[in-house]
Design a protein around this ligand. Structure first.
Ligand code: IPM
Ligand code: MG
Length: 359
């Protein structure tokens, strides 16, 4: 049966990087027997410009019908002064929430070819392969009440609410335990249970779940310490599970261990394993339209889509191998290039990956 892939390039470099990932998909379709139909839709600032809303109804309807969604990035300075509900980021948060994509998998893998691009010493990061499982549809990002109010004394006050119900913690916990079980069997749950009641409950639920996964070794860490340990000795971690905001922060931190955030893919899954796939990086308006952006995170997101939503593990391996091969061949976009080294543009990098698929 032909599977539907909905492509949502979004804003900034989103257009360029997604175009390269689509080349990869098209090649797998025309040459490797992948039975997919690729369609395009609007999200973020691009959707605001065309339809006056960051997540048009039409996009949402098509997203619900898709077997996999590939997203570029959203946002740009020209949208920062819009009313909050019209901001591009709201479109991204809304699609995550509407599709109940609560399980965000963010792998941070150091390609040995890029060891020198990491800000950390090679021996600290060599062989790094960790997975952050971030809760994506709850916590302080979505908690009510929220807003900016004026107090009786005339001073304005901003407020947000950090809430997690047991069922929300349990479902992300189970995804994390399952993920750890398929890897080394080590899971570290990150919280701030010394201060926040909500994460005291988080810790309690994780401990309770551990009984169902005797093969997984569960540990707990406070988020401040986790941030420090990630840069001190990141290889102590295998799978990390944490809430929405802590996961947002720690995943950028983990990304940099690998040399460039331009290398990191992600999957956001619902409880049936249907998902949306996107690079961890943003829309990088400063380099948009210059053929400088690294398309590899988006191409690696296609690999995750093949593996998690389309049941095409062998093709996923093939895409990942092709990425490894172009790195072996020394191709580098500016973000992963050593000082003074020759670089290639977004399109040349995409073309090279497509070519490497056949090697
Ligand atoms: C991410 C991004 C988003 C987030 C923004 C763009 C809303 O930083 O996917 O990590 O905070 O989740
Ligand atoms: Mg982020």
């Amino acid at each position: 049966m032909t599977r539907k892939v909905l492509v949502l390039p979004g804003d900034g470099i989103g257009q360029e990087i997604v175009a390269e990932a689509v080349k990869v998909l098209e090649h797998l379709r025309s040459r490797c027997g992948l039975d997919v139909a690729v369609e395009h839709g609007l999200i973020g600032g691009a959707a605001v410009d065309a339809h006056g809303a960051p997540l048009p109804e039409e996009t949402l309807t098509r997203a619900r019908a898709a077997d996999g969604i590939l997203l570029g990035a959203v946002g740009g300075p020209q949208y920062d002064t819009l009313d909050r509900p019209l901001r591009p980021e709201r479109g991204l948060l809304a699609i995550r929430s509407e599709l109940e994509l609560f399980g965000n998998l963010r792998p941070a893998i150091l390609y040995p070819q890029l060891a020198a691009s990491s800000a950390l010493r090679p021996e600290v990061v060599a062989g790094l392969d960790l997975m952050i499982v971030r809760e994506l549809t709850g916590g302080i990002y979505f908690g009510e009440p929220r807003g900016i109010r004026t107090l009786d004394n005339g001073e304005r006050q901003g407020y947000n609410t950090l809430v997690y119900s047991e069922s929300e913690i349990e479902r992300i916990g189970r995804l994390a335990f399952e993920t750890a079980r398929k890897r080394s069997g080590r899971l570290c749950s990150v919280d701030k249970a010394n201060v926040l009641e909500v994460t005291e409950l988080w810790r309690e639920v994780m401990d309770r779940l551990a009984a169902d996964y005797p093969d997984v070794e569960l540990s707990h860490m406070y988020v401040d310490n986790a941030a420090m340990q990630l840069v001190r000795s990141p290889k102590q971690f295998d799978v990390i599970v944490t809430g929405n905001m802590f996961g947002d922060i720690l995943s950028d931190c983990a990304a940099m261990l690998t040399g460039s955030i331009g290398m990191l893919p992600s999957a956001s899954l619902d409880r049936h394993g249907r998902g949306m796939y996107e690079p961890v990086h943003g829309s990088a308006p400063d380099i948009a339209g210059q053929d400088r952006a690294n398309p590899l995170a988006t191409i690696l997101s296609v690999a995750m889509m093949l593996r998690y939503s389309l049941g095409e593990g062998a093709l996923a391996d093939r895409v990942e191998r092709a990425v490894g091969r172009v790195l072996d061949d020394g191709l580098r976009t500016p973000d992963i290039a050593a000082e003074g080294a020759r670089t290639v543009g977004t399109r040349a990098m995409g073309d090279a990956v497509v070519q490497a698929l056949d090697d």
